[in-house]
Design a protein around this ligand. Structure first.
Ligand SMILES: [Zn+2]
Length: 398
């Protein structure tokens, strides 16, 4: 697909009909009783039964042919550098490959793989602003990548956070990846960031690669970031008792990543469930990472948590959609009127032992992806990366 932002040439109206199962992304009501969605100019305008909705004058009609439709998946933890290239594994088109894994939105946890990344304060601010601008100006394959996430260095003042916010920066990179690794300094800077509307996350657990460090429960709780970044480590996780201490000691987001410890992810999931706080669980990949780029990382996490963590598949999808959207104040991730028309179409993978789509995910199989839509524009057809879906949607007009 082309590497450009979606540019509508006039009013658009997308009608998606014959949806077999509609996943809402909302944990409190994960399945909607509807077979049709209408989106005008990239926003959802109606959800319901085909016979009840105004589907006239569509500019694009998609027949879902009974497929499952869900909000486009959100990867809460990526490390982009420049367009669709990463030096981490010297790889091209990793974002496009992730779109083939159903991901339509990504959140940067810091552009830390930039060769020669500036660590002086004016340099790191300029770098973050540049990353915010470049990924906003140029969407790789249409994927919405929220970038521009500076990493804290000693000496930053309140004015620096004010400057960053005024320049359009809305995120902090993982606390602990830069020179600020102690709780007291992190807490002060995170509070300044929050004051100016900048969201924060932290590197939890042992060092990821040579040069990064250990961040334990005491520092995580003192820093009080909005998201507890990869609470299951990246890949080295904290002891279970420290993970429990974090879950119980704050009300912040609990991010589980693919490039982390799977057993610790399941421990965190069970702890959150015991606390009746599954709305805190969000998913990321940490791509590109030492373990590589994981185009199917988010659906692999959904399937792993559903099958081994005994979570209904329709709830596990909320960890990668509505939970993240709400926590990060995104206008996507939920099937609701007014939200961005960002969708993924899936079906049971061919020859899965599961009797239904939801049953196949619950058994640990991956879904087959048949189409993605971003801002009401069809971006991909049958995924080149997932096992083939039994059914795929079809564009029948437009
Ligand atoms: Zn990290």
């Amino acid at each position: 697909m082309a590497h450009e932002a979606a540019v509508a040439s006039g009013p658009t109206k997308l009608v998606v009909r014959n949806i077999g199962l509609l996943l809402s992304g909302a944990l409190e009501n994960p399945i909607l009783d509807a077979d049709t969605i209408v989106a005008e100019n990239g926003r959802i305008t109606a959800i319901g039964k085909f016979k009840d909705l105004d589907t006239e004058h569509a500019t694009t009609i998609v027949d879902a042919h009974g497929c499952v439709m869900a909000p486009g998946l959100i990867d809460s933890h990526v490390h982009p550098v420049a367009g669709d290239w990463t030096p981490r594994q010297s790889q091209l088109n990793w974002i496009d490959s992730s779109l083939h894994g159903g991901v339509t939105t990504m959140i940067s946890a810091g552009e830390v793989h930039q060769p020669g990344r500036p660590r002086d304060i004016v340099g790191l601010k300029a770098h973050a602003i540049t990353a915010q601008r470049t990924f906003d100006n140029f969407r790789c394959s249409g994927v919405k990548l929220h970038a521009g996430a500076p990493v804290l260095e000693p000496g930053m003042t309140e004015q620096d956070f004010k400057d960053l916010a005024e320049a359009g920066v809305k995120l902090l990179g993982e606390v602990g990846l830069g020179g600020v690794k102690d709780g007291a300094n992190a807490k002060q800077m995170v509070a300044w960031a929050r004051k100016y509307g900048i969201q924060s996350t932290i590197h939890t657990g042992g060092p990821s690669i040579p040069g990064s460090g250990l961040i334990g429960a005491d520092v995580v709780l003192e820093a009080d970031t909005d998201v507890v970044g990869h609470i299951n480590g990246g890949h080295t996780a904290l002891p279970d008792k420290e993970i429990r201490c974090i879950c119980e000691g704050c009300g912040r987001g609990l991010e589980l990543v693919h490039n982390g410890n799977e057993r610790s992810a399941l421990f965190t999931l069970r702890t959150a469930r015991d606390m009746a706080q599954l709305e805190r669980v969000i998913l990321g990949t940490d791509s590109p990472a030492g373990s590589g780029v994981q185009p199917l990382g988010i659906i692999r996490m959904v399937s792993m948590l559903s099958s081994l963590g005994d979570v209904p598949a329709e709830q596990a999808f909320c960890f990668a959609t509505g939970n993240t959207a709400r926590m990060r104040a995104l206008d996507t991730g939920l099937i609701e009127v007014g939200r961005a028309a960002d969708f993924v179409f899936m079906d049971r993978a061919q020859h899965s032992a599961g009797a239904t789509f939801l049953g196949s995910v619950r058994l640990g199989d991956l879904p087959g992806i048949g189409m993605t839509i971003i801002d009401g524009v069809v971006r991909t057809g049958r995924s080149r990366n997932t096992p083939p879906a039994e059914k795929v949607p079809e564009i029948i007009a437009g």
